[in-house]
Design a protein around this ligand. Structure first.
Ligand SMILES: Cc1cc2nc3c(=O)[nH]c(=O)nc-3n(C[C@H](O)[C@H](O)[C@H](O)COP(=O)(O)OP(=O)(O)OC[C@H]3O[C@@H](n4cnc5c(N)ncnc54)[C@H](O)[C@@H]3O)c2cc1C
Length: 387
């Protein structure tokens, strides 16, 4: 058992931390409030190779694994810049194309993921289906060599920033009633694809959208893997990276909030000479949150290590547990930090309450805490499925 990062991973952590701190949470919030994107940070991270750490070297990437990508997600979040698009583009979309795309798709897309110039977002959620992806209603029909996609998606992050959206559809001839998913790389400016922005109570430069697909015509090579049989494995390939990187973002956010609060409580004095952090009613909740964050961090490390070793099934269990633990720990850490900061906790200046919406969403998306508990109950504890 080894809890140490390699020297290269340590260097990556230090370098990403330094980059994140140069931008910081005030940059993130200013962009969000101005309705702008964190383009400068994204582009610089891309130029420095941080967005492509998990892309194979032969396509221009860093040749690392999910451990490296989780480091990038965690450290940017720990600097106050939790970038959700890291989860959808390099983690989900790049992994799906790398593992299940055709060689032509790999050559076409992976170099753009490697330097961050390509953003591909991910659309699975639908209004009618919600957590039950077996009910997906977006349909892909053959029309000669082309495909026609129709349906609706909701809460899709970052469509306004991306060149493509990876759409999960079902094929029409699925007569068994079982889901036969297929993944398509759809240009965000494709004819028949329209979007409307959702108003969300989250302070973030990244937006969520409703997507409408009205007979969106796609060439045959838009189908990931070039075959309908590639659909299910491709869909599953994205799950572990999604859970592990979103967990890393949660842990980074928790670290950021606790650090802000601890700096404050160590120096703020309202009862004579002692800092408010000397009062256990203030310090213990922060210490408790720090323990929860560190436990989640350990689980992320385990999950990413298993994934990078090719042990996908075990990584699935650990990744779900890590996502659950990190979601809970991040929400606890931010709430506790706000309380420890008192009134300052609610100000924009101290930059903690600005994360309340994001960490609350982290208990719902991309997979809710209840669906993870269902997974653990069934697959770890052997319980009967109730739904
Ligand atoms: C900020 C944000 C960004 C997002 N980005 C994306 C994106 O980029 N792409 C994308 O495809 N989707 C995205 N989503 C959607 C997200 O994945 C879904 O919101 C999530 O999967 C839950 O689905 P739902 O909202 O339809 O909830 P529902 O399925 O309607 O569930 C509602 C509640 O019921 C619970 N529940 C449902 N079924 C069960 C059950 N069997 N047992 C116990 N409890 C149950 C859920 O846990 C939840 O608490 C995003 C969501 C948010 C909030």
């Amino acid at each position: 058992m080894n809890f140490d990062l390699t020297p290269e991973q340590d260097q990556l952590r230090d370098a990403v931390r330094a980059l994140g701190r140069r931008y910081g949470h005030s940059y993130f919030v200013e962009k969000a409030k101005a309705g702008e994107h964190t383009t400068e940070l994204w582009d610089e991270a891309g130029r420095l190779g941080y967005l492509g750490v998990n892309v194979p070297a032969e396509y221009g990437g860093g040749g690392g694994g999910l451990t490296e990508l989780a480091i990038v997600c965690e450290e940017l979040a720990a600097a106050g810049c939790p970038l959700l698009l890291l989860v959808v583009s390099p983690a989900i979309a790049a992994t799906v194309i790398n593992r299940h795309g055709t060689e032509e798709q790999r050559k076409r897309f992976l170099p753009g993921f490697a330097d961050g110039s390509l953003k591909v977002v991910f659309a699975i959620t639908e209004p009618e289906a919600g957590s039950n992806f077996h009910r997906l209603g977006t349909v892909a029909r053959r029309d000669g060599d082309d495909w026609l996609l129709s349906g609706r998606k909701c809460y899709i992050s970052g469509v306004d920033e991306a060149q493509y959206v990876l759409v999960v559809a079902r094929t029409e001839d699925a007569t068994t009633g079982k889901l036969k998913p297929a993944l398509f790389v759809v240009p965000t400016d494709a004819a028949g694809l329209t979007r409307s922005k959702l108003d969300m109570e989250i302070v973030s430069p990244e937006n969520q959208f409703l997507l409408y697909l009205d007979d969106v015509r796609l060439p045959a090579d838009a189908l990931v893997g070039g075959s309908l049989d590639a659909g299910l494995p491709a869909l599953f390939a994205g799950l572990n990276p999604e859970r592990i990187t979103v967990a890393a973002m949660g842990v980074g956010t928790g670290r950021y909030a606790i650090e802000r609060a601890a700096d404050y409580t160590a120096t703020r004095k309202v009862w004579g000479g002692r800092s408010i952090g000397a009062h256990q009613g203030v310090a213990h909740p922060l210490a408790h949150a720090a323990v929860q964050v560190e436990l989640a961090r350990l689980m992320i490390h385990k999950a990413a290590t298993l994934y990078d070793a090719g042990r996908d099934l075990e990584a699935g269990v650990a990744g779900n547990m890590a996502k659950y633990a990190a979601g809970e720990a991040a929400a606890l850490a931010v709430d506790t930090a706000v309380q420890a900061l008192g009134g300052a906790g609610m100000t924009t200046e101290y930059g903690v309450a600005t994360l309340l919406g994001a960490v609350r969403a982290g208990r719902i998306a991309p997979v809710s805490r209840e669906m993870i508990l269902n997974f653990v109950a069934q697959h770890v504890l052997g319980q009967e499925k109730s739904y």
